[in-house]
Write a protein that binds this ligand. Sequence first.
Ligand code: BTN
Length: 325
Amino acid sequence: MKKTKHKILDMLLKHPDIHLSGQKICDVLGCSRTAVWKHIKELESEGFKIEAIQKKGYRLLSTPNELSEARILVGLKTKELGQHLIYFDSIGSTQKETQHLAEDGAPHGTLVITSHQMTGRGRLGRTWSMPKGKGIAMSLILRPKLSINRIPQLTLIAAVAVYKAITEVTGIQTDIKWPNDILVMGKKIVGILTEMQTEGTNVKAVIIGMGMNINANKNDFPEEIRHVATSLKTLTGKEHDMSLIVQTILFYFEELYLRYLEEGFSVIKWMWESHAVSIGKRINARLFNGKVLTGLAKGIDEEGALLLEDDQGSIHKIYSADIEI
Ligand code: BTN
């Protein structure tokens, strides 16, 4: 059930060219004029610019680039992904919170999101740092009926959804570095962390965490990561609508996920490979045990593992590693 505030925003978004009178909004939504005024004030405090003219009513002038729960939910074109949305003004780690929620039975599609994450976790035990209010940290619960060995494919689906959404919203073309980094000109703008909860050999839940650098300036990043990280703002010189980016990612993720369940991995594999920056190149793959494999990145297999051909012509399947190009 949508909140009254979200319904008011929905009405304003659908009528950008006319003023909606307080009375009209009351009549449609069955609430008092005071309630309408209170919700309008709340929307304004969240960054929505709303013109209020006596005897004419309210008109939405602009929406904020900052992340907004209302803006994500209103107009979200998914059936399930993100429809159960848990928004935090600030939080330690969305991934940690989502792990708990998944253990407690939160449904497929639950999304935990913030633009102020204080103790973000990255892959391979690393930290993920994000300048306050200028990026997106979100974790999504999926409950697929898939075997454990297919779960890495979900990371690749997430990567495809992210590059499609970023291109659609900003016009920027991105590259994917196996398995889960989204890069522009060799610098990272998005990191994806996939974790799962299992019971025996059954997958109970998969938690897909995404950290995205959107409106940060170069100097907002800690010095030690400035040479490897960038943001959409740094690349384009302008701020981007973070809520729209989230909506678009969720839309593509759901579309690709449902297609994958119906048709299998091959269509995703093709989309992923067409944006993969490492395929066909000589790479170093630093494995968990510290060993480094060097060779040609041939592609990915049907499970999403990276195929590396070493100098002796042997093919290695890599499931987890850091890749240097
Ligand atoms: C990587 O190492 O590249 C993956 C980074 C994943 C970071 C995201 S931000 C949202 C979610 N919450 C976390 O604590 N981590 C993930």
